[in-house]
Design a protein around this ligand. Structure first.
Ligand SMILES: [Zn+2]
Length: 690
């Protein structure tokens, strides 16, 4: 595309072209003149194209209206009047990403695909969903996705039902979710962040159909939208499509979706909240304590990166001094940090899990003492170097697991864009990382600690305490309230609830008509490449060991995986093989104390991971190959150092340090508990498949 600043194309004016060297991309910033919609196109050679549309949606209360809206717009729209376009679409799509997410202040609808036709199809369904959902003449949508009174017949008890209502009851049973919810509320009480965008089950039933529709009308408008395109697509065609099919039908509107700043506090605030454990459980040692700070601004690229590194340095890596001090003092059994950069005013938290209630004062005192010592004596420069390197490697590698690169970049853009900042500022990290590297010779992190953690009164202490039987108590309270409500209803009102319930059930069991289903665009065989993508593979043998080598472009990074046959491990010892993978790299070796080892790994490599895998053989149920896999990566010129470290860890780890062993086991147990609390369904699935 040959456009220069100021040019118009298909209703869009090009405002700015920014070179993003770090991504081998150009950032083209457009504004849609008729509506004021902003559009960022990150142009490059990546064929894994991404489209997303986001709206700034500060929650007006805790009814969860942003989250319920996210679900509801995907329940049929003008062009695609089926019950679940999303589900139908997925059946005939080659998407590499398809989802929608509600954040504390925005709602994002991203899709990705490597297939051109599929990409446009997905874009069409999503744009139609957000701008023309069928919610206005389908009152069942709020009932189904949000909440409703359910009463099958007059003798049954009245209950609340609804997808988001149930989802959030689940979410609110996790102590970590309660903690992070409270942290946000405690630091920003006079802003939209004090409200729960996902919905607090106590407030969800306050949402009315009128407020629900008004929310869509107000915020789901092009003038309040942030559109993002990424990859090697036909930009002019895409702009034309977005303009002709959607934006052109709207006019500019004044939409107040601004988020106000929280005024700083004069002193730290304290908040306490309870979470439910089962009635038989002992509440001893199950308290969460967290110290939280409002730190700077998300549109400042230096702070954005520096606090992220500081979190790793202080709390998350095996040599982290604050974590170590807390664990050694026996305050909690697990310690972690959290840096929330997806808000106008980011937050920095120090969390201990499985503490005792009376650890509160020692916790505050020890955090303060440790931070003061770090500032006075200076942080170990090797730890500083390791922490910066760890982050820098990740930034340059940009490997986001199963997620398309363009998706994560787009979300990163919103971290500044949504607050009026330069959308690409966090993508252009080269200068910022240079700035952060000054910490190698100057007390840069020490200054951040002093200013934002030690001398910052815009802070809070949040205590999350266990209470046996709390959820049973609450359920009973809600049930009593509902039955009391039912008792004072007239026969006519009761009949209406019964008929609404039946109508909803009937609607839910109706099948989409074949004509409507046919409106969902599908990729056809002719749209698909028939040649499979070939991964180059060379087989060799080195010292009697088979070596598989893939010569492909990896941006100067070497990936080295070692596969050990673990079929000799007896069945009853398999859990210990799993424990072994957790201990490797975290315990001292013959040559390095574990803290020093962790720094060595971060300075010289991009990380080393250990896990167990069982590979199915020949498609047979009972046949499989158990493996212990070591996956590692480093810049190509660091391969010798990487191999040296691998050798040291695999052959030279000392497992006799009982105290360290216990720390790691405690942490592992705590993290597993979190997974079970937050994703019980995944645990069940993995049990089933095993
Ligand atoms: Zn949801």
């Amino acid at each position: 595309m040959n456009m220069k600043k100021g040019d118009m194309t298909n209703g869009f004016r090009l405002l700015e072209i920014t070179e993003i060297e770090e991504l081998n991309s150009n950032g083209l910033m457009f504004v849609h003149e008729k509506t004021g919609a902003q559009l960022l196109y990150v142009q490059n050679e990546d064929d894994n194209k991404v489209f997303s549309i986001a709206f700034r949606t500060p929650p007006p209360d805790s009814t969860g209206v942003p989250h319920i809206m996210e679900h509801s717009v995907l329940c049929g729209s003008r062009k695609f009047p089926v019950r679940e376009p999303f589900v139908e679409l997925a059946k005939g799509s080659l998407n590499t990403f398809l989802n929608a997410m509600t954040y504390p202040d925005k709602t994002v609808y991203p899709i990705a695909s490597r297939n051109d036709k599929d990409f446009v199809n997905l874009m069409d369904v999503y744009l139609d969903a957000v701008f023309h959902p069928n919610i206005y003449d389908q009152p069942e949508t709020l009932m189904q996705e949000g909440w409703h009174y359910e009463l099958e017949n007059i003798d049954k008890p009245l209950t609340y039902k609804g997808v988001v209502y149930n989802e959030m009851k689940g979410a609110f049973s996790s102590p970590e979710q309660i903690l992070f919810r409270k942290i946000q509320e405690s630091l920003y009480p006079d802003t939209p962040y004090a409200n729960e965008s996902g919905g607090d089950p106590d407030y969800i039933p306050h949402l009315t159909q009128e407020d629900f529709l008004a929310f869509h009308k107000k915020y789901y408008h092009p003038s309040n939208s942030y559109i993002y395109l990424y990859g090697n697509g036909e930009i002019e065609e895409h702009l034309k499509f977005i303009n002709d099919e959607y934006l052109n039908g709207f006019d500019k509107a004044e939409i107040d979706s601004d988020i106000n700043k929280q005024a700083p506090f004069a002193e730290m605030r304290r908040q306490e909240v309870e979470y439910s454990i089962s009635p038989q459980d002992n509440p001893e040692g199950k308290t969460y304590l967290s110290l939280n700070f409002a730190v700077g601004s998300s549109t400042d690229p230096f702070q954005y990166l520096a606090f992220d590194i500081l979190q790793y340095l202080l709390l998350d890596n095996p040599a982290a001094p604050l974590k170590k001090a807390l664990l050694e003092a026996g305050i909690g059994k697990d310690v972690f940090g959290s840096y929330g950069s997806y808000m106008l005013q980011p937050s920095f938290s120090i969390v201990v899990k499985d503490a005792n209630e009376d650890d509160e004062k020692p916790f505050i005192a020890l955090v303060e003492k440790t931070l003061k010592e770090l500032v006075a004596k200076g942080i170990d420069k090797k730890l500083v170097e390791a922490s910066i390197n760890y982050r820098e490697f990740k930034l340059r590698e940009s490997d986001f697991g199963g997620n398309p690169k363009g998706l994560i970049y787009g979300l990163r853009c919103l971290d500044s864009w949504l607050y009026g900042g330069d959308p690409t500022i966090h993508l252009r990290f080269e200068n910022t990382i240079e700035q952060v590297k000054k910490a190698l010779s100057q007390p840069l992190f020490e200054e951040l600690i002093e200013k934002y953690l030690l001398n910052n009164t815009h802070s809070s202490l949040v205590v999350v305490k266990p209470k046996p039987g709390l959820s049973e108590e609450k359920d009973q309270e809600i049930d009593e309230m509902l039955q009391a409500y039912k008792a004072q209803l007239s026969d006519k009102d009761i009949q209406e609830i019964i008929s609404n319930t039946q109508q909803l059930l009937k609607k839910q069991s109706e099948l989409d008509s074949p004509e409507n289903l046919a409106k969902i665009p599908m990729v056809e065989l002719s749209d698909i490449e028939t040649e499979a993508e070939k991964l180059p593979l060379i087989e060799q043998e080195v010292a009697g060991v088979k070596l598989l080598y893939h010569p492909i472009e990896t941006n100067g990074i070497a990936y080295l995986n070692l596969w050990f046959n673990s079929s000799s491990v007896p069945f009853e010892l398999i859990p210990y093989a799993s424990l072994l993978t957790t201990l490797l790299g975290k315990m001292s070796t013959k040559d390095h104390h574990y803290e020093d080892l962790s720094n060595e790994i971060d300075i010289h490599t991009g990380g080393i991971q250990y896990n167990l895998q069982a590979l199915a053989l020949n498609g047979e149920d009972g046949e499989f190959l158990p493996k212990l896999v070591v996956s590692s990566k480093a810049l190509v010129d660091k391969i010798p150092k990487l191999i040296e470290l691998l050798e040291e860890i695999i052959n030279g780890t000392i497992f006799q340090d009982a105290r360290r062993l216990k720390e790691i086991v405690q942490e592992t147990r705590s993290r597993m508990e979190m997974i079970i609390n937050q994703a019980g369904n995944q645990v069940a699935m993995s049990r089933l498949s095993s």
